[in-house]
Design a protein around this ligand. Structure first.
Ligand code: W6P
Length: 420
């Protein structure tokens, strides 16, 4: 087996085949009653295929002449990392500027270096390969859900729901990590290169803007689904503009998911004919030294306390979807406003991925409060390898050389991020 050149920059992308291999092993070691389900096997094969594709990616041809060219260039330029494995420089970046990547810098004004076709085409084919992996794995969540349905229909053993729950929580968390890794690497290579962004991480994520966006989308989906003229109102309370480092798409996903649940509860409690009487949903944003919390409160009638754990389970939700929607199929699975779906447990995983959490507190007969706790990732940075970066604000505003620091994470957080 040839060793592929996976270490292109320090996004940790070289981890990818290892993670994929771990998932193959875990899927393979599931109790047979679950692991033998056709959909689970399908998913396992995707992971195996992706692993193989990466391992077999032909390495670039690096001639000794090329090596010498780079060595000379490294000598002439103090700041060029001596051991830069990142040989191919994306052509789309402006000349002469430093571009932040994680732990490395990209340069594209190597006057005396020609990025020879083999190297460029390797980097290119590498990014294409990982993007292809990402695309292949798009339907993993729905296919695993299908696998759980198959398992429930063929259940022969006493494997309890808690085991399935634990497995899926781990499995989906790992999926978030893998997709983050690919997304980050591909965004750093391909762009778009936007101000305040490092790959898919926005160093100045504006919660208010994201919440506003999620509110508009969730209300639109709600109106569409129930045929309403006006969905319940969502009142936002936000003390000014709060900016922090986060992955905007994750934040959007979570807030949107919570709002859909609240809107659904309100509309279903009062019925579609009482549009003018819906009590508004309240969205409160608070920030302190450590936490940023978003609370979403609805008066949708709430859940009994015994119903709360059920909201987080994967097995229950598939069962529900199946019973409530006889024509349930894959395409409907992701339908807007559909059931509890997998939206809540997966949103909680997104929150936990960066050290946050998602909690529900309900008053049966009245309504539900969802608390989305986000971690304020420290600017007071310590250099650590990883996939996160903080760019100091002043330096960025001055558009000077950008110093890249990594956020201070406690050991637990770091291990979590690095090990998924
Ligand atoms: C409900 C059930 C629920 C789940 C998640 C968020 C909000 C709500 N409201 O009634």
């Amino acid at each position: 087996m040839r060793t592929p050149l996976l270490t292109q920059n320090q996004t940790g992308i070289e981890e990818l085949p290892i993670r994929l291999a771990h998932r193959v092993k875990e899927l393979d070691e599931l109790p047979r009653s679950l692991g033998d389900m056709p959909s689970i096997i399908k998913v396992k094969n995707w992971y195996a295929q992706s692993f193989q594709e990466l391992i077999e990616l032909p390495p670039p041809e690096i001639t000794s002449e090329l090596k010498a060219t780079f060595r000379d260039a490294a000598k002439n330029s103090q700041s060029l990392p001596q051991s830069t494995p990142n040989l191919a420089i994306p052509q789309s970046k402006p000349t002469g500027k430093y571009y932040p990547t994680i732990g490395h810098r990209y340069y594209n004004n190597f006057e005396n270096i020609k990025c020879t076709p083999p190297i460029l085409s390797y980097t290119d084919s590498f990014v294409k390969a990982i993007e292809n992996v990402k695309r292949r794995h798009d339907p993993v969540v729905t296919t695993m859900a299908q696998g759980i349905i198959e398992y429930k229909q063929h259940r022969k053993t006493s494997m309890i729901d808690a085991d399935v729950q634990q497995f899926l929580d781990r499995f989906y968390m790992s999926r978030i990590g893998i997709r983050m890794l690919i997304g980050q690497h591909s965004a750093l290579y391909r762009g778009p290169f936007m101000r305040n962004y490092v790959g898919v991480i926005c160093t100045r994520t504006n919660i208010k803007d994201i919440a506003q966006d999620a509110i508009a989308n969730a209300r639109f989906i709600c109106e569409d689904h129930y045929g309403l003229f006006r969905a319940p109102e969502v009142k936002m309370f936000c003390p000014g503009d709060i900016e922090f480092m986060y992955v905007p798409s994750h934040l959007n996903h979570m807030v949107f998911e919570l709002l859909k649940n609240s809107l659904r509860a309100v509309v279903e409690r009062f019925g579609p004919d009482y549009e003018d009487e819906y009590p508004p949903i309240k969205l409160v944003i608070a920030h302190g030294k450590e936490d940023i919390t978003i609370k979403i409160s609805d008066e949708g009638g709430g859940l009994p306390r015994s119903g709360i754990p059920v909201v987080w389970t994967y097995m229950y939700t598939t069962a529900q979807a199946q019973e409530l929607e006889p024509e349930f199929n894959k395409s409907e699975f992701k339908a807007p406003m559909a059931g509890f779906g997998y939206g809540l447990p997966i949103s909680r995983l997104y929150a936990r991925y960066f050290g946050g959490d998602l909690k529900l507190i309900s008053m049966e007969g009245y309504g539900t409060d969802a608390y989305l706790h986000l971690n304020r990732l420290s600017n007071n940075a310590e250099k650590l390898p990883g996939i996160l970066a903080v760019i100091s604000k002043q330096q960025q505003e001055e558009e000077k050389e950008v110093e890249i620091d990594l956020p201070r994470l406690d050991r637990g957080q770091l291990m979590r991020i690095l090990s998924y």
